[in-house]
Design a protein around this ligand. Structure first.
Ligand code: SF4
Length: 340
């Protein structure tokens, strides 16, 4: 296998070139893409609409890689945390979240994360590598096959900051969105960022139109910097401008994710700052009670704290939800993904 090339790492265009060189019709690329990404079949011998000679050629020079499933943990709430291994032995995590008619997969985009948010287990790992486009998309494919379901939604909210691996995330979006691939609508995909401003502007100009979520967590500049070091580079005012720009281009509401941390960002002044930040921009707000993480000096908010903050938020002119993280008991909830 060593010197063979992984066909899964090739885009549709690259496959077309490959067949063109062989003087095969270009529609072969679409057929191959369907075998790999729609049918999820890695064994080239089974590609029965290819001639035996073509199959032998492909088998001699290429292979179809996949992430190896190393473990999965079933949560009491129905979600499932998956641990996958890359070809180089590094491990990543993804989460399957079934909810009513939705079957969502939360994917990782990096091995670890360089941003070091102080409330997040992944941030404690540091960054080891970027995932390639096929590895990001393959998390969805492998989970769909393991669960035997059609995945309806994908959220780029697992390990890593998607905009720091944007080129590969775009390749994954193409695979997931393609009719020859998994055919998941772009509106059913959401990129969650810690606030990488150039990434937001790039997403605003990117087609297909993927949804945007911003991990805000505090609308007070100094407080945000305390828990999210990236806030020192990109200020709240720049972030607000970028959100406005995204909405102007895409006409899609942006989700503000606000992790509620005990006695840190749940006071009246925090609410008033959030109110000011969200004024005149088209957003909805998800309040996410903090999930305790080992070696992190924060606590989950009390029920009263959550209820009080939520009640204040009800006065805002936008939609506000309390989003209980799924998979908490298997350490698959927001901010808990980390291979240790
Ligand atoms: S919250 Fe997101 S951006 Fe921050 S360290 Fe964790 S994975 Fe990285």
């Amino acid at each position: 296998m060593d010197r063979k090339i992984n066909l899964k790492a090739r885009s549709l265009k690259e496959l077309e070139l490959l067949f063109k060189k062989r003087k095969e019709p270009s529609y072969r690329a679409g057929q191959l893409f369907v075998w790999i990404w729609k049918k999820g079949i890695e064994d080239i011998s089974l590609y029965t609409n290819f001639s035996k000679r073509l199959r032998e050629y492909l088998k001699a020079n290429f292979y179809v890689g996949k992430l190896s499933l190393r473990a999965c943990f079933n949560s009491e709430d129905g979600s499932v945390k998956y641990v996958f291994e890359r070809e180089n032995g590094e491990r990543i995590e993804s989460v399957f979240i079934p909810c009513k008619e939705r079957r969502t997969v939360c994917v990782s985009t990096q091995v670890g994360c360089p941003l070091g948010c102080s409330f997040c287990a992944t941030g404690k790992m540091g960054i080891k590598d970027n995932l390639s486009g096929w590895e990001i998309a393959d998390q969805v494919l492998q989970i769909a096959r393991h669960q035997n379901v059609r995945v309806s939604n994908v959220v780029f909210m697992g390990m890593g900051e998607p905009f720091l691996n944007w080129e590969n995330v775009k390749r994954a979006i193409f695979i997931l969105n393609s009719n020859f691939g998994m055919n998941i609508g772009s509106r059913k995909m959401t990129i969650s960022t810690a606030g990488i401003i150039p990434g937001i502007y790039s997403l605003a100009d990117f087609s297909p139109g993927v949804r945007l979520a911003v991990s805000l967590n505090s609308a007070i500049q100094e407080k945000r910097e305390k828990i999210m070091p990236i806030a020192k580079k990109y200020s709240l005012s720049e972030l607000k401008r970028a959100i406005e720009f995204y909405y102007e281009r895409k006409h899609r509401m942006v989700t503000l994710e606000y992790v509620l941390i005990n006695s840190f960002n749940t006071a009246k002044e925090d609410f008033l700052a959030l109110k000011k930040f969200s004024k005149n921009i088209k957003v909805k707000i998800n309040l996410i009670p903090f999930n305790p993480v080992k070696d992190v000096p924060f606590l989950a908010p009390s029920k009263n704290e959550i209820a009080r903050f939520y009640k204040w938020c009800l006065s805002l002119p936008c939609s506000v939800n309390i989003r209980e993280s799924r998979g908490r008991d298997v350490r698959g909830a927001c901010g808990q993904l980390a291979i240790v």
